[in-house]
Design a protein around this ligand. Structure first.
Ligand code: CP3
Length: 358
């Protein structure tokens, strides 16, 4: 099996730059909205047939080189005993956010089996894309989970946040991690360290289910880690993230590590040992990659709002990203963050055509 997407994750040579899009199966796509009319987001996620169908439809409609399983970052909260819902136009809402040691202690880590619907959907997607496509390339299948900081932020804030005050309060109240210390000898009674430990257990098992089901690569979403200063990232996020990424790599797959507004964090994020780093659009790709000494593959980094620009502007910006990557092995074309609702599908298709023509 040869997949240019997987090869690029490993910084091996490819016939052309692989391309896929963050949130490629989202609300901008009429096919997704048609399914969404009859099912809630969580119903789609929890029904393997529908989740697989939505995943496959988006990948085939766009003609991209990888399919990301249709799921959500917050799904592991349910077996952990944390109730949440998606409120229309507001995003996720956790009913009783974690603020105390007692609440953290009550979280369960023994029911991760209940997340099997995600790996069942992956099995269906993997079976569908098992053979080579018309160009001889095998489509890559991406499983994913949240990173510990970003998931903890949802658990603690109860939803999206601007300043992460409650998250940082619990984080600062815990003992900093210097990378040498293991979770065993951290302060046992801090809510933050209990959360970090439990998330590691659940996420490692969840990722293992996905890999076993056929995920070729796991993307770790640390979407909101850009809220941390470099010192705080080093003291509180680096060791927990490194451990999670190592656990996933031990399953035998490359890991894409993704965050936004991370320009000043990228060199430290690389220390996690991830195979691929996701780049947002606020730093030119060549500058970001050079700053990493090209010692990691990179994914990105078109501004998703460029998809609303006239075709010639969009074309110029895509060209710019490709020129910045300069054909080096280890570049996966993507956006710097997810496709937003109302994005014209034609613009996404234009980008795919352009990448394929180079
Ligand atoms: O094809 C795909 O990439 C879609 C699969 C996917 C979803 N969520 C489905 C979804 C993925 C990869 C995610 C991950 C996810 N979920 C992240 C990390 C990605 C990122 O953007 O950084 C985060 C932060 C979440 C949590 C989450 N889920 C939020 C904040 C929201 C609301 C945001 C919004 O735009 O309303 C969701 C809802 C959600 N998850 C939607 C989709 C398609 C939109 C809501 C819907 O369809 O009803």
């Amino acid at each position: 099996m040869s997949s240019r997407f997987v090869r690029a994750c490993l910084r091996q040579s490819v016939d052309r730059t692989p391309v896929w899009f963050l949130r490629q199966a989202g609300r901008y796509m009429p096919e997704y909205m048609a399914v969404r009319k009859h099912h809630s987001l969580l119903e789609i996620c929890r029904t393997p047939d529908i989740a697989a169908e939505v995943t496959i439809t988006a990948a085939e409609r766009l003609g991209v080189d990888a399919a990301i399983i249709f799921a959500d970052l917050l799904l592991p909260f349910t077996p952990m005993g944390l109730d949440f819902e998606f409120v229309a136009n507001e995003g996720p809402c956790v009913h009783s956010p974690i603020r105390t040691v007692e609440q953290a202690r009550a979280l369960r880590t023994d029911r991760t089996d209940e997340l099997r619907y995600v790996s069942q959907a992956i099995e269906k997607v993997a079976a569908h894309f098992a053979g080579p496509r018309s160009d001889g390339d095998t489509l890559g299948i991406i499983g994913f989970c949240g990173a510990r900081f970003t998931l903890a932020s949802y658990m603690i804030e109860g939803g999206s946040s601007r300043n992460y005050i409650e998250t940082k309060k619990l984080m600062y109240a815990s003992a900093p991690q210097d990378g040498e210390r293991t979770t065993e000898n951290r302060e046992l009674d801090s809510a933050w360290s209990i959360l970090m430990d439990k998330l590691l257990t659940v996420l490692t098992e969840y990722a293992a289910q996905q890999v076993e089901a056929g995920a070729d690569v796991i993307q770790v979403f640390d979407s909101w880690v850009g809220a941390l200063s470099p010192s705080d990232y080093r003291d509180y996020a680096l060791a927990p993230t490194t451990k999670l990424i190592r656990n996933i790599q031990a399953l035998g797959v490359p890991v894409i590590y993704f965050g936004v507004e991370t320009a000043s964090l990228l060199p430290i994020m690389r220390e996690t040992g991830c195979d691929v780093l996701g780049l947002d659009w606020r730093t030119p790709l060549d500058q970001a990659w050079a700053g990493l000494n090209y010692r990691v593959a990179v994914q990105g980094n078109l501004d998703p709002i460029t998809l609303f620009a006239p075709p010639d502007v969009l074309e110029a910006r895509v060209k710019e990203v490709l020129a910045a990557a300069a054909g080096r092995p280890g570049h996966i074309f993507n956006l710097g963050h997810g496709i937003v609702p109302n994005t014209p599908v034609d613009a996404v298709l234009q980008v795919v055509r352009q990448i394929k023509a180079t």
